[in-house]
Design a protein. Structure first.
Length: 400
């Protein structure tokens, strides 16, 4: 067999032929690919922007192609290779077949336009169907987890509240039973370092609406409610008292004020011991889609982002909030009661984004675990402030 034929067979097997050009870090448009270019600098001039230097500033486009193609083939495949069936000679779902450029555009890759065209032209095939694991009906891991979560949410809200383990009615796309999904979430909390130490002496805030002649000055009045008066909240079921606080005074106020005129008390509290919190506000950036070795991390973080958005979205308090809160209550109880960190520690709180104050952070403290321990063993009230908002202007100026 001749060398030319061997080379062509290699090209057909990998599915692309790299353009004989050089690209610089600025033109590649992706941090991961930029790191690949930086590690393979071999030329003084970029073929795309024309930038030139006495030192090497560009690498062969060939060096990034394995990563671009590797990512591409995770999401797209040639129709016959993906198992797309035919009907009377025509592709089933033929309207879903797309060309290379449109498929590549779905990646949101903001690189040099000429480089983008060259990369698209590098692929031998120009007809693609979306796939996962090489199958046109496959689903990616983040989708598998998201579908499992949506199934869990629907079932716990509308079908079964307390015995939600799989009962044999598992749908084909739903590959995780509820307890498995909760275990995955717990594992990812530690894997992606979503843990934060809250230190003794840290300040947190809680607000409560009041009447003009009310005067709240004690932990009992401004702190978490007694168990008999604990209504259902985002993270707790009725009858179990969780402590809802915020890291800033403004966020604490925004969480309870519907509209002026409003009178409220704001309590300033200090932690009396060190606590361990799950921090849902500190999710890592997604790995590049081209960083194919971190594919699983990317999918896990994509799901975690959608999960956090789901459990922190605003809930309309129209009487049905006790139903809408059920899935997050189950997750919270799993974190509070079942999640154990590798060093044996238990989680004491959850930090989560405020649904009403973008950039603000709420914190929910789990109730004391020890029989003789009470809220006053965890927090102390150090200051109170009575505020009156007569207009939106008063309110906004204070929050600012």
């Amino acid at each position: 067999m001749g060398r030319v034929k061997e080379e062509w067979m290699e090209v057909e097997e990998r599915g692309w032929v790299a353009p004989d050009k050089y690209v610089c870090i600025d033109c590649v448009g992706d941090k991961f690919l930029a790191s690949v270019v930086k590690a393979n600098l071999s030329y003084h001039t970029c073929s795309y922007c024309g930038q030139s230097s006495s030192v090497q500033i560009a690498a062969k486009v060939e060096c990034i192609m394995p990563y671009v193609a590797g990512a591409f083939f995770q999401y797209y495949s040639e129709p016959s290779a993906a198992g797309l069936p035919r009907d009377s000679g025509e592709w089933v779902c033929e309207e879903s077949i797309t060309d290379t450029m449109d498929a590549m555009l779905s990646f949101g890759w903001d690189c040099n336009d000429e480089l983008f065209e060259d990369v698209c032209d590098a692929f031998i095939n120009d007809a693609w169907i979306k796939c996962a694991d090489g199958w046109w009906l496959g689903i990616h891991e983040h989708e598998r987890r998201r579908y499992a979560w949506e199934h869990f949410v629907y079932n716990t809200k509308h079908k079964t509240r307390y015995f939600f383990h799989n009962k044999g009615d598992k749908q084909e796309w739903e590959s995780y039973e509820p307890i498995t999904l909760l275990t995955i979430i717990g594992s990812d909390i530690e894997k992606f370092d979503l843990l934060k130490e809250l230190n003794e002496g840290d300040i947190i805030y809680r607000a409560r609406t009041c009447k003009e002649d009310d005067n709240f000055n004690s932990l009992e009045e401004l702190g978490p409610p007694p168990e008999d008066y604990a209504s259902a909240g985002r993270m707790n079921p009725a009858g179990i008292s969780y402590g809802y606080f915020a890291l800033s005074k403004g966020t604490a106020i925004l969480e309870i004020v519907a509209s002026p005129p409003e009178i409220l008390f704001v309590g300033e509290f200090r932690l009396k011991s060190n606590l361990l919190a799950v921090d849902l506000t500190s999710l890592s950036d997604l790995p590049s889609i081209f960083d194919i070795d971190r594919k699983q991390d990317r999918h896990a973080l994509m799901f975690l982002r959608s999960f956090v958005a789901s459990i922190t979205k605003p809930v309309i308090k129209d009487g049905r909030e006790h139903v809408d809160y059920v899935p997050t209550q189950i997750v919270s109880e799993y974190i509070a009661q079942m999640l154990t960190i590798h060093d044996g520690r238990r989680v004491d709180a959850i930090l989560y984004p405020s649904a009403v104050n973008p950039g603000g952070t709420n914190i929910v403290l789990f109730p004391p675990r020890e029989v003789l321990e009470k809220w006053e063993n965890i927090i102390e009230l150090i200051n109170t402030e009575k505020l009156e908002f007569n207009t939106w202007r008063d309110f906004r100026l204070y929050i600012k």
